[in-house]
Design a protein around this ligand. Structure first.
Ligand code: 6OD
Length: 485
């Protein structure tokens, strides 16, 4: 049986106590690997190695050499593209067709873009007068923050882990990563990449394990200088609590209940294809995904019918079938959670336009964690599936009559991560975008990324912005030096 190990201080290892937990293929529920369970000895060793590396070979590396190393890491991910692809799809159940175009290329890009950002960091400087008629010079400089704890999620494992590790390392920090327990493999594979390209021991460490054990040990450790986390809002709150001890910084990308607003003047083809992607892609397990759709009344029926048609054409199946559009969800636990929401929607009186349950699959796939692409209409704005994040391939569609009304409905949520607006009227696009309380607004598109832009959520969707030089705010300490001349 394949083992997935820790990567600590440049070496792969099992846990001292020899404990492992099981990792399953979501498409078949078959056991695919045994994963080392990190406890105190492994967490302590990883954090000690990361701390030592800050003043060791890694910490002393010249900026240009570090930038070159970031490129080497990206190039090695590209060279091992097929290994990453296979591992990511087996852990998550996502189709190769998605991971090939999104997850794995972004894994490499996340190292390059932050290497480039570091090339163009400018310091602030002010020359001014002192009260006693002399001159002073103030200038700022950035230092790495230290040991960064990275707690990464299962929906886009490599993409979201490197979205943190890339900038953290580019800024000169060291990292201790705990990937989700259900998607451990690509984080370990990245250890092989680090080793191959000669990243000094201790700069990149992985402790495999469970959130309630390993995650808690990492977040509580006094030598972790900051934590970056992507995942559920409740866990984010707990991490923020833990970080208050020692006044340590925290960056959180959390849940969403993202609205799509479809105006009658939209390009219908575009609105349907982008909304179908934003609802169903990755089996709806994208924090930026649409779960609430608001459609202007004159085109409501047409939109509902056409989204239903798009959803019903999706081929649901196993990851390595190249014709498959949608895989299972990531785990039995998550499948049950999504199906609970599907049942609640029915109980609360939804019209089920599409899906609403688990599909019948054949052969080995009959045991897989599949759920149907699902569309509801007819629920009040207070209904559970209109309020709570499901994180499955589903949405509720409601009609609206005026711009003011739809802005109110879109903003009536505890979340504020992302939104989409479909209209061909440029004035309206600007006007509505400025009034929607989300950190990211896409107009006539979805998940279109320029990695230099500020990325993050408002309200319960998180704290902080990452991307390009915004990531430097989190991954560095800014110091001012004042010289009296
Ligand atoms: O594209 C990104 O940089 C990003 N952080 C995506 C997040 C997706 C959440 O599921």
């Amino acid at each position: 049986m394949k083992k997935v190990q820790h990567y600590i201080n440049g070496k792969f290892m099992d846990s001292q106590c020899g404990e492992f937990f099981d990792n399953y293929n979501p498409a078949t529920a078959e056991l695919i690997s045994k994963v080392a369970l990190g406890r105190e000895p492994e967490v302590n060793a990883a954090i000690a190695a990361a701390k030592a590396a800050l003043t060791g070979e890694w910490g002393q590396m010249k900026l240009n050499d570090r930038i070159a190393m970031m490129y080497e890491i990206a190039n090695e991910i590209d060279r091992r593209f097929d290994d990453f692809l296979e591992a990511e799809c087996l852990d998550t159940g996502k189709p190769y067709s998605i991971a090939r175009h999104i997850d794995i290329p972004r894994g490499a890009a996340n190292f390059k873009v932050f290497a480039d950002t570091m090339k163009s960091v400018a310091d602030e400087a002010y020359r001014s007068d002192t009260p006693d008629g002399k001159k002073m010079l103030n200038y700022s400089m950035r230092k790495p923050k230290g040991v960064i704890g990275v707690i990464s999620p299962w929906n886009l494992p490599l993409l979201l882990m490197t979205w943190k590790v890339g900038p953290a390392m580019a800024c000169g920090n060291t990292v201790v990563v705990k990937p989700s327990q259900v998607t451990p493999t690509t984080t370990s594979l990245l250890g092989e990449v680090m080793s191959k390209v000669g990243v000094p021991a201790g700069a990149y460490n992985v402790v495999q394990g469970k959130g309630s054990i390993t995650g808690n040990l990492i977040t509580a450790h006094k030598d972790i200088d900051a934590i970056t986390f992507t995942g559920e809002t409740k866990t984010g709150e707990m991490i923020m609590d833990a970080c208050s001890k020692g006044v340590r910084d925290v960056s959180l990308e959390l849940g969403g209940k993202n609205p799509a607003i479809i105006f009658a003047d939209c390009d219908m083809e575009k609105a349907i294809s982008e909304t179908a992607r934003s609802v169903f892609a990755n089996s709806g397990q994208v924090c930026l995904g649409t779960e609430r759709v608001y459609v202007e009344r004159p085109i409501f029926d047409e939109f509902v019918n056409r989204l239903k048609e798009a959803g019903s054409k999706l081929k649901v199946g196993v990851q390595n079938d190249e014709s498959v559009d949608m895989g299972p969800v990531v785990s039995a636990v998550h499948r049950d959670k999504v199906l609970d929401f599907y049942n609640i929607a029915k109980k609360e009186g939804a019209n089920v336009i599409l899906g609403g349950g688990a599909p019948k699959m054949d052969g080995k796939l009959a045991n897989g964690f599949f759920v149907e692409p699902t569309i509801w209409t007819g629920l009040p704005e207070t209904a559970t599936v209109v309020k709570e994040e499901v994180f499955g391939p589903c949405c509720h569609i409601a009609p609206f009559d005026t711009e003011d009304e739809v802005i109110k409905m879109a903003n009536d949520t505890k979340y504020g991560l992302a939104s989409t607006i479909f209209t061909e009227n440029l004035d309206r696009a600007h006007r509505v975008a400025s009034q929607i309380d989300t950190g990211i607004v896409w107009v006539n598109s979805w998940f279109l990324r320029d990695l230099r832009t500020p990325f993050g959520g408002m309200k319960g969707s998180g704290i902080g912005r990452e991307g390009g030089h915004h990531s430097l705010e989190f991954y560095t300490e800014l110091k001012n030096v004042c010289i009296k001349m």
